[in-house]
Every structure is written in C-alpha cells, then in structure tokens.
Design a protein around this ligand. Structure first.
Ligand code: ATP
Length: 497
C-alpha cells in the first residue's frame, strides 16, 4: 500500500513537471523542494523511524495460537506458563518487592516451536505481540539498530495503550545475531551499540509502568549470546525447547492431521516411531506432503503409504526422474540389498523399507525404524550401525567383484562412527582425550575398527548371497521392497537352504 502511494506521488510529480516545462515555467524551485523532501525521507527511513522499518515485522494482528496448539513441549509449556505468572500477577509481584520478569530465552533446534510458544504466551497473557528477527536490527549505518530497538519498545507501549491492553510481548527471533558477544564483531561497533540499547531498554522496564513489556528471545545458539544478556534482570529465565520424543511427535502429528481426511488404517504411532530426530516443523511438513501426494493421486483420503512417502520426502528430498542404465541399477540394488539384509540380520524387524528410487542426494536408501528413541549408544550398537553402513560396499564386492563410488557417504559415516567409538572411550585405546591423539594415532585406530567390522560384515553376508541377488532382483523390478517383504524373502531363503 505504502509502496503504491509512493509510486502515485512520483508519477503525478513527474507529469506535473513535464506539464510546467511545456508551459515554459521555471521549475528550479520545485526541483529544490523535491530534492529536500527526498533527503528528509531517506534520513527518516534509514533511522528506522518509518512504521515499515520500525522493529522489523512490526505489529502482527492477534494470532490465536494457544498452548493447546503446540504438541510435545509439555515441559517447555509448563516452565513458560510458570514464568508468565509473574506477568499476570504483576501487582502481587510488585507488592512483594520482587523484581519483574523482563526476559525469557527460548533455546533449541530450529523448527521446534519457539515462535509458536511466544505467540501462545501472548494469547495466554492477553498481550499485544510484536515480532522481529535479530538480523532486522542490524544495518550498515551506525546507530540504526539502536534506533530500531528503541522504536520497537515504543511501538509495543503505543499499541498496548491503543488496544487498552496492559501487556506487550516483544518476540526477537535469532537473538544471537543481535545479542552476540560484544567485541566479537570486528567490522564496526553497530552490533555492540544495538545490544547495549536492548540492555538499556530491558533495564528500564518496571512493574509499575502502565504497560508491562516482556521480551521473549529465541536462539539456536545460546552459547553465542553475550553473558550480559543472561544476567539476572535480563533474560534470566531460560526455557529449553527440545526436539520432541515419540509421544511428542505423535501429539504433533495428531495436531497437524486433525484438519485432514485420514484413512481408517492410518497408524500415526508408526509414523511417530519412524521419525526420530524430526522437529515439529518437519512433522508439519510430513502431514502437508502426505496430503499433497493424496491429492496428486486423486485419492480422497490420506493413507499410510502417503504418510510414509512424505517421511522419505521430508528426510531426503523430492523423487528424481533419474534413470540409471540397467547394469548401474543392478549394482545399486545389490548395494541397497546389502544394507537391508545386514540391517535385518543385526537388528531383526528393524527395516522399514528399501528402495532404489533416487531422492535428493541419495541414489537409493534403506530406512531403519528404531524400536524406541535412542539417546545413549553402546559400543555394540555403534559397531552394528557401522556394519550396516559398510554392508552396501561389501555386498557389491561379494556379488559383483568390485566396488563403486556409491559407498562414499557410507564410508564417511563409518569413519564418523569410528571417531565416536574412540572419543567416547569405547575403543581398545581406552579413555583418551581427543586432543592428545595425533592425527596418525586417530587414523590408525579408526582404520583398525573399520577393517575389523568390514571383515565381520563380509562373513555375515557371505551365506546370504542368494538372498542378496533375490532382493536386488525384486528391487530392479518394483523399485521398493517393504520390511515385511524382506523378512518373508529371508525366511524363504532360510527354509530353502
Ligand atoms: P526457528 O528456530 O527456525 O525460528 P521455531 O522453533 O521458532 O523455528 P516455529 O516457527 O515455531 O519454530 O515452528 C515452525 C512450524 O512448525 C510451526 O508453524 C508449526 O506448524 C510447526 N511446529 C513446530 N513445532 C511444533 C509443535 N511443537 N507443535 C505443533 N507444531 C509445531
């Protein structure tokens, strides 16, 4: 709207000038006036005083997000609600001489619902909600960031008064950009001035003010924040917003599928089990992609198949139309069959499905479903994981007599796992400090582990060469084989031998 008005004024002005020139009028005074007007506008804009640039996105109209719309964050919600009581009961807080709560820091991985929590906090406390990102405060021009910090606090007060509300919540996402450790930016002092201004504004917040302001900051990197921000009286409440566990993932999936037509057979618990490590944003995307897949297939209901495919899409990316040549496809199938059979032998019932459909960076993949969420790994677990990684290359050697570049990422993962074994004190080196190991010692230790595991996988898969070929054949024929089909094939092979 603002842009359109600007364009209309500029267009009319230009037309008027041309008209005056044709009429033979001296337009120098008009030009001078226009120049001065432009200069004034430029200064005001750069100082962050225009509504559009005042505190980033400025006022967001009441978004009715409540705590009930957030799944799997029971602890964070509980801690946040507890802190918000300070805001709701500000009169009692003041009577007891308790320092008002000025800032809450939400920290955790991306997409876990920090913005949602801040919005729900505004609904819960009946506060106006202003949202800005740390990067919006930082400009090339010295002093602009500080101006914008001042402006967003003023705007919060002004809006609350206008809407006759007693509270305002200012949500600053990516707080580490604005609140990074002072002195860490060498280019100029703009960052430091902006942070200082935020500290000044927060120090000035009092419970006796007519509008109570609470600043909620969100960051993925609390370690980068200036210690002054975490001092009591600033962001002195920290709420951790973690990736959801299985129950949490189920709750989030239920929330995001509530408005979608699900088939009777849909088992959201199975999807929750398969999505360890997914954030709320990933799960929202799974529900959305599943609906898109159903729509594409003209299916009136979303089925389990759509949801499973959506998980693959969110995890690995869109299906690619790549069609490898027949011999390459067979090699790929043998490679994946190696991962899948080793996975099933080492961890029975663990393979969800195996496919040679290319997605994102992966030419094919084998998806394992963990029995439960895992937070601690034993040496045996890590070695088995390494065996499953190496099994693709080992199967290629056993059946085709040579390896290919398709194992590059598997080897990278195997090396990473070997390092984890060594640095966690689980290797034959015993408990060692990583920094005391030379590059050569680290290399030798990880090569020893990997060679040993490679030999182990080769002897594990050698008796299953028939199964490897049979599974590869099925994969070439139908691209995807489910865990159940794989288990049936292994059973058949066992009975035949
Ligand atoms: P970032 O750190 O990247 O800013 P964030 O933690 O602020 O991310 P949100 O912006 O709150 O994450 O979440 C993005 C989207 O993901 C939400 O709009 C919502 O659809 C979904 N989502 C994330 N977490 C949850 C959750 N716990 N419950 C329900 N939906 C969620």
């Amino acid at each position: 709207m603002f842009k359109e008005i600007k364009e209309i004024i500029a267009g009319t002005g230009l037309g008027l000038m041309i008209f005056l020139i044709i009429k033979g009028v001296d337009i120098t005074p008009f030009l001078l006036l226009a120049g001065m007007g432009f200069l004034a506008y430029w200064v005001i804009e750069k100082k962050g005083l225009l509504p559009s640039t005042m505190g980033g996105k400025g006022y967001t109209p009441p978004v009715k997000v409540s705590f009930a719309d957030i799944g799997g964050q029971a602890t964070a919600i509980c801690e946040l609600k507890e802190a918000l009581e300070f805001l709701l009961r500000s009169a009692e807080v003041e009577a007891m001489g308790i320092r008002p709560l000025k800032g809450i820091l939400l920290s955790g991985p991306p997409g876990t619902g920090k913005t949602l929590l801040a919005k729900a906090a505004a609904t819960y406390t009946d506060a106006v909600f202003l949202e800005a990102s740390g990067s919006e405060f930082i400009e090339m021009y010295a002093g602009v960031g500080a101006q914008r910090v001042r402006a967003i606090f003023n705007r919060a007060r002004e809006l609350a008064r206008r809407q006759q509300k007693k509270r305002a919540i200012i949500f600053i996402d990516e707080l580490e950009v604005l609140g990074g450790k002072r002195g860490s930016h060498t280019s100029h002092l703009e960052y430091d001035q902006t942070l200082n201004q935020l500290l000044v504004e927060m120090d000035g917040l009092k419970s006796k003010h007519d509008v109570q302001i609470l600043v909620i900051g969100a960051t993925n990197r609390p370690d980068l924040l200036d210690p002054a921000l975490l001092r009591p009286g600033r962001f002195d409440r920290q709420v951790k917003v973690d990736l959801p566990d299985k129950e949490g993932r189920l709750a989030i999936l239920k929330l995001h599928t509530a408005n979608k037509p699900l088939a009777q057979e849909v088992d959201l618990e199975a999807i929750a089990r398969e999505t360890f490590g997914f954030s709320g944003a990933h799960l929202e995307s799974v529900a959305n992609e599943a609906a898109i897949l159903a729509l594409r297939e003209k299916s009136p209901l979303i089925t389990q198949k759509h949801l499973m495919e959506a998980v693959d899409k969110v995890m690995l990316g869109e299906k690619l139309g790549r069609k490898p040549a027949a011999d390459e496809l067979y090699r790929l199938a043998i490679h994946e069959a190696g991962h899948a059979i080793a996975g099933e032998l080492l961890r029975p019932q663990s393979i969800s499905h195996v496919t040679i459909t290319s997605r994102g960076q992966a030419l094919g993949y084998t998806r394992q479903k963990p029995e439960h969420d895992i937070y601690l790994y034993t040496r045996e677990y890590l070695e088995n994981q390494m065996d499953i990684c190496l099994a693709g290359a080992v199967a290629e050697t056993l059946i085709l007599g040579s390896r290919s570049t398709g194992s590059l990422n598997d080897f990278k993962e195997a090396i990473r796992l070997a390092r984890v074994i060594i640095t966690s004190g689980l290797s034959d080196l015993g408990v060692v400090a990583e920094e005391n190991l030379t590059k050569e010692q680290m290399h030798n230790a990880s090569t020893t582990i990997i060679s040993r595991e490679e030999a182990k996988v080769a002897s594990l898969l050698r008796p299953y060469q028939g199964a490897l070929k049979a599974l590869a054949g099925q994969l070439v024929e139908k691209e995807t084989v489910t865990g159940r089909e794989l288990r049936a094939l292994l059973q058949e092979q066992a009975m035949a031998s």
